[in-house]
Design a protein. Structure first.
Lengths: 168, 101
């Protein structure tokens, strides 16, 4: 049963990720991203991290994808016309793809990743809280500071463009 | 055939490759941004899988940080894209070549 669920969610994530990459319409791409996130959230549940799945759906599906859709509605949504790619891009794509294929193959064949005994019961919120407020206290503070800086940056960015429109 | 750590790593690698090619091949800045998010998500799958199969919590905590930073990144990036659209009137990357040469 767990195997079937893994393959189901993996297929969902991969197919909708491919939809993000190939679809001409940005709205379809955003909805594909949403479906892919649902698949990944299912995988997190299978990995005994139900809290992470919850946070992923809340933050990504709830906030990030909605933000993407808002911006798509604000900007032009004309489907992009397919032009032939420049040669350098094709060469870079081939090289990068070949490197990644080699990396994945060697990972699967050579690396002896011995999996330890998986925990039977997943970590609860208490375990996360203990980790976050003892071992990772400094990163938590730094991430909070980063969020503050990001908020200030967004305010400054949107304000500046308003003034640039008014001055000329 | 039991689903094991290499399965999750392979899935994460394939998802990362999909996002990578999306960034490389697409022309719309918004779609490029979505593909960047796909690459971040692929990394979180690998972290959660390592954390689960090695019976630790560190990977999961790092997934928390990645989610936070991705949210901040999306907010700033989309603000930049909107400001760019106001200045130039387009979000297609081949039209945004004013820094070339």
């Amino acid at each position: 049963m767990a195997n079937f669920l893994f393959y189901f969610f993996a297929l969902l994530a991969l197919v909708s990720a491919a939809l993000v990459v190939v679809s001409k319409n940005p709205v379809n791409a955003a909805l594909g991203l949403l479906l892919s996130l649902v698949g990944v959230a299912g995988l997190f549940v299978l990995l005994n991290a139900a809290l992470l799945a919850f946070v992923l759906l809340l933050v990504y599906a709830g906030a990030v994808v909605a933000l993407f859709l808002f911006i798509i509605m604000l900007l032009d949504t004309r489907p992009e016309q397919s032009k032939p790619l420049p040669r350098m891009t094709l060469i870079a794509a081939t090289l990068g793809g070949a490197l990644l294929v080699v990396g994945v193959l060697s990972l699967n064949q050579r690396a002896a990743l011995s999996a330890g005994g998986a925990a039977v019961t997943g970590p609860t919120l208490k375990h996360y809280a203990e980790q976050l407020f003892t071992t990772y206290l400094l990163p938590v503070q730094l991430v909070g500071f980063l969020l503050l800086i990001a908020m200030l940056g967004v305010i400054v960015l949107s304000k500046k463009s308003d003034q640039a429109e008014e001055t000329p | 055939m039991i689903v094991d750590l290499p399965h999750y790593l392979l899935l994460s690698a394939v998802l990362f490759v999909l996002g990578f090619f999306g960034v490389l091949l697409r022309k719309n800045t918004l779609v490029i941004y979505m593909c960047l998010e796909l690459m971040l998500i692929a990394a979180t799958i690998a972290l959660a899988a390592f954390s689960h199969f090695n019976d630790t919590l560190d990977g999961n905590v790092f997934v928390f940080f990645i989610l936070t930073i991705a949210a901040a990144e999306v907010a700033v990036g989309l603000a930049i894209i909107v400001a760019l659209f106001r200045q130039r009137g387009t979000v297609q990357v081949e039209a945004l070549n004013h820094l070339q040469h």
